[in-house]
Ligand binder design. Structure first.
Ligand SMILES: Nc1ncnc2c1ncn2[C@@H]1O[C@H](COP(=O)(O)OP(=O)(O)OP(=O)(O)O)[C@@H](O)[C@H]1O
Ligand SMILES: [Mg+2]
Length: 368
């Protein structure tokens, strides 16, 4: 019998693991949070991922547990490990994708390049940090943030007084002057093999990834080497298994700093479905099953991915397909909602300007 991968969380990341699971002849099961989730095509169970009993019951039918998001509580993860279930990434690694304060502490200990940061417990501590950093900073809630929620640029501690009411400490960072944002995605097997895709450029709008260019223009050489070294060091030192995405800043003074980590397939790796020999979703399945990793070369000199927000109106899909037959359109099967990641498109080719144009032209059919 071929092994079955169990994915906790029914979002688009779980959904996009389904085609490579089918192709590789693997089983895939999904514990979704609700009926009609993006990955309901493979949802085998619906239940609360915060409930250890629910998750243990789901795990009984699979060979390995992995994730669509990083919100499964540590006690649930540890209950799985105690029950002998292989969990990839494991709780000791996942901790650093769950908590940005622990991540900053650990990366600093490892001597990896990060923005100046501090753990602040109250308004006075935050004011002291801001005073030392030109009066500005970026405050983050350590846990539970996504798509820019839980991130605020501040010029006074009072800008986050509502966040201090919980009594939990906050993370504050220098406001990094960056030229652009990069992302280094890799996969690591439990037995140690690592495969990296080229470092990519990711463009955020309102704190959310909007476009990705692979590889990052002008990155061959030092930038690519630094990004690969930093991400490899993180994967090895933290014992990450499966896909790891390291979000990076390329600063105006030519440094590369780590922003944050995701230990699962990542939006900055979606281009790999159409643009690489092995997609991040296939690679994640291989990695968590400790199978040999696939080649990560590019199919085209350039790939450009553009996110589609809101919804993929069915009547517009044929228009986009007809206008851009060489662009690949991906829909996540979600109910439309303003601002929601509803799908993405990927174009590939020889000339970057042309590839950007075609990807944006296809995505534009879905804009309001
Ligand atoms: N220290 C910083 N200096 C300047 N800009 C920052 C800083 N930290 C974050 N940002 C900006 O805010 C965006 C979101 O921050 P971050 O990645 O920490 O949040 P998130 O909500 O966890 O993100 P994601 O969308 O990846 O889930 C970053 O991509 C970057 O554009
Ligand atoms: Mg981020």
């Amino acid at each position: 019998m071929s092994p079955t991968v169990g994915v906790i969380g029914g979002g688009q990341l779980a959904r996009m693991m389904v085609p490579p699971a089918v192709e590789l002849g693997l089983g895939i099961a999904v514990l979704a949070e609700s009926e009609g989730a993006s990955a309901s095509i493979a949802a085998t169970a619906v239940g609360d991922y915060r409930d250890a009993e629910t998750v243990l019951e789901f795990a009984r039918g699979v060979d390995v547990i992995t994730f669509d998001h990083e919100h499964v509580p540590q006690d649930v993860l540890r209950a799985l490990v105690a029950a002998g279930v292989p969990v990839h990434p494991g709780p000791d690694a996942l901790l650093y994708a769950q908590d940005k304060l622990l991540m900053r502490e650990r990366l600093t200990e490892l001597g990896l390049p990060v923005p100046d940061w501090a753990k602040v417990a109250d308004v006075a501590e935050l004011d002291a940090f801001l005073a030392d950093h030109g009066g500005r900073g970026v405050v983050k809630t350590p846990r539970g943030g996504y798509d820019g929620k839980g991130v605020r640029v501040v010029s006074a501690a009072s800008d986050v007084s509502d966040w201090f009411v919980t009594g939990e400490p906050l993370l504050v960072e220098e406001l990094v002057e960056f030229r652009r944002e990069l992302s280094q995605v890799l996969a690591r097997r439990p037995s140690g093999e690592i495969a990296l895709w080229p470092v990519v450029e990711s463009i955020q709008r309102d704190g959310v990834c909007a476009e990705v260019i692979a590889p990052a223009p002008g990155s061959a050489g030092r930038i690519a080497d630094v990004a690969a070294d930093v991400a490899t060091s993180i994967a090895e030192n933290l014992g990450v298994t499966g896909v790891l995405a390291v979000e990076l800043f390329e600063t105006t003074d030519d440094r590369v700093l780590v922003n944050e980590l995701a230990m699962r397939p990542h939006n900055s790796g979606h281009w790999s479905i159409d643009g690489s020999t092995t997609s991040q979703f296939e690679q994640h399945l291989r990695a968590v099953l400790d199978l040999p990793l696939g080649a990560t070369g590019c199919r085209d000199p350039w790939s450009v991915m553009v996110n589609v927000f809101g919804g993929l109106a069915p009547e517009r899909v044929p228009l986009a397909l007809a206008d851009q037959p060489a662009v690949k359109v991906h829909g996540y099967g979600k109910e439309p909602r303003p601002g929601r990641k509803a799908g993405h498109v990927t174009a590939g080719g020889e000339e970057l300007d042309d590839v950007v144009f075609r990807a944006r032209a296809a995505a534009a059919f879905f804009e309001d």
